[in-house]
Structures are given as structure tokens and as C-alpha cells.
Design a protein around this ligand. Structure first.
Ligand code: 5RP
Length: 273
């Protein structure tokens, strides 16, 4: 595992509201003083810092996977700005209807995995990540399409603020996308499977604020498993892979190549060994 603080010069773009390549020298000193005098960075500014760093991986001609959620949304905005500014030619596959609509509105050319089954780079947020870059995803109910798209990419990069990094996965409830048919029977099988993998906790049907049931883009529903701690995420993932009625779980094991984690001191890079 390789972790370190990347690009202290990122402070300058943050302070000036400009997100591009990191700058150095006098400008950095200026930026540091701006930061010291300025107000603490908001969560959105941290997300923007991580997204801006990931944007430096994008090159003209790439086939991209675009994630879902508030951090991925910021990345898509920055991507569209950079495409206009630099005339980059890209093609992208969105991981949700929300991202598809956003990208379409911004004029990002879209494709599908049927037309473009292999992608160069996928960028997405996460709900939790551990030191081995195992993830919990699906807080936005998009983890099925996210997993399909991100498994189709040569490189999958996570962008997040540092609050998403945890020692042990599981505080964030694990999203389980299930088919509506036979829900109670599937729930019972899931409970037994989770216990057999050494975890335990309540499975709650995800509801919207108005009390209606959350439906995924694929028309399925979400059970959130409140496990607290997942001692062996790889084993739990493997166990869940065999439960009938479960379409996909939110454990992304061994998929991410690196993560850009925004902290108030700069963007930290975590690379998978
Ligand atoms: C959507 C996801 C998101 O990536 C995850 O929920 C993180 O979102 P945010 O960037 O808003 O914190 O997995 O299904």
C-alpha cells in the first residue's frame, strides 16, 4: 500500500477557485497564505479537490466510466469544463440515469457498454473505503450499474473526502439490491448468509423521505444491511454472490486502483498494492 500527500500546490487552485494542473513556486506560497487567512474548506470544496486531481488522469481519446453521487457529479461538471476549454475528445458511459442526464445536458458524448464494452478509466465516489481500497458503494442506489461499468474499465479510480476512509468497513449500511419478488424469503436467506460469513445486523428496506420505496434504475429495491463491522469483506462479498434474489451488493473488493482523498492539507493518494 502506498499512501502519501499529493500535490500541496492544489491549495492554490482551491483558494483561487481554479482547478487544473498543480502549480509551484511563488504561487504556492501565495496560496498557502490565502489558505491560512481564508475560511476552512467546505465538504463540497474537498470533493472538488479530489475530483480535480482525478481529472488530471483524463486524456483526449479516452473511453470513460462516469460514477454517481455528489462527488462524481462534481467530477462530471469539471470534465465538461475541461472538454470545452481544451477541446478534448472523449466518450463516456454513465453509471445511472441521473449521471446520464447530467452528462447529456453538459454535452458530454455518451455511449453504452454494448457499443463500447471496454473503457480506459472509470471515476466514482464511495461511501466507505479501507486501507486495501475495498469499498462500500450504493448509497445512491446505483452500485449495480457502477460495478458493471467499473469492472469494464482498465482503471477504476475513487474520489472522496477523507471522512470516507475507515479502518474497518461496515459502519455505513451495506446496500443490497434485490428483486421485489419474494422479498421476505430473500431477506431471510441474506440474513443467514451474512451470519455464516461472520457478520450480523438488521436489514432495512430503503425508503425515500416521503415513505415510498426507493427503486433503482433497474426497477429493483434496496435492503440496507446495518452490520456495524465487516471483519472479512472479501469473504462476505463472496458469500453474498451466491444468494438468489440478490442482484448485487455494494462491496467492491479489489477493484479500485487508487483513491484520491481530499483533506484540508491537500489530496492524499492511496494506491492499491
Ligand atoms: C452511489 C454511490 C456513490 O458513489 C456513493 O454513495 C458516494 O456518494 P457521494 O459522493 O455523494 O458521497 O455509490 O451509488
Amino acid at each position: 500500500m502506498d499512501a502519501g500527500v499529493n500535490s500541496p500546490g492544489l491549495i492554490l487552485p482551491l483558494a483561487l477557485g481554479f482547478f487544473g494542473r498543480v502549480r509551484h513556486g511563488e504561487e504556492r506560497k501565495h496560496a498557502l497564505s490565502l489558505l491560512v487567512m481564508g475560511s476552512p474548506m467546505s465538504m463540497d470544496e474537498l470533493k472538488k479537490a479530489a475530483a480535480a486531481e482525478a481529472l488530471t488522469l483524463v486524456e483526449s481519446g479516452m473511453r470513460l466510466g462516469l460514477g454517481t453521487g455528489s462527488t462524481a457529479k462534481i467530477f462530471v461538471d469539471l470534465l465538461a469544463e475541461r472538454m470545452k476549454r481544451e477541446g478534448l475528445k472523449l466518450i463516456a458511459v454513465p453509471t445511472s440515469e441521473a449521471t446520464r442526464q447530467q452528462a447529456e445536458a453538459l454535452g458530454i458524448p455518451l455511449t453504452t457498454l454494448d457499443e463500447t464494452p471496454e473503457l480506459d478509466l472509470a471515476i466514482d465516489g464511495a461511501d466507505e473505503l479501507d486501507a486495501d481500497l475495498n469499498l462500500i458503494k450504493g448509497g445512491g442506489a446505483a452500485h449495480l450499474r457502477e460495478k458493471i461499468v467499473e469492472l469494464s474499465a482498465k482503471r477504476f479510480v475513487v474520489i472522496a473526502d477523507e471522512t470516507k476512509q475507515v479502518k474497518t468497513l461496515g459502519k455505513f449500511p451495506l446496500p443490497l439490491e434485490v428483486v421485489p419478488f419474494g422479498l421476505e424469503a430473500t431477506k431471510a436467506r441474506l440474513t443467514r448468509a451474512i451470519e455464516s460469513a461472520g457478520s450480523a445486523g438488521e436489514l432495512r428496506l430503503r425508503l425515500k423521505a416521503d415513505g415510498s420505496i426507493v427503486k433503482t434504475d433497474g426497477g429493483n429495491i434496496i435492503l440496507d444491511a446495518h452490520l456495524g463491522v465487516i471483519k472479512n469483506p472479501a469473504h462476505l462479498a463472496e458469500t453474498l454472490d451466491h444468494v438468489t434474489g440478490l442482484v448485487e451488493h455494494g462491496l467492491f473488493i479489489g477493484m479500485a486502483e487508487r483513491a484520491y482523498l481530499a483533506t484540508r492539507e491537500g489530496v492524499r493518494v492511496i494506491k492499491r498494492a
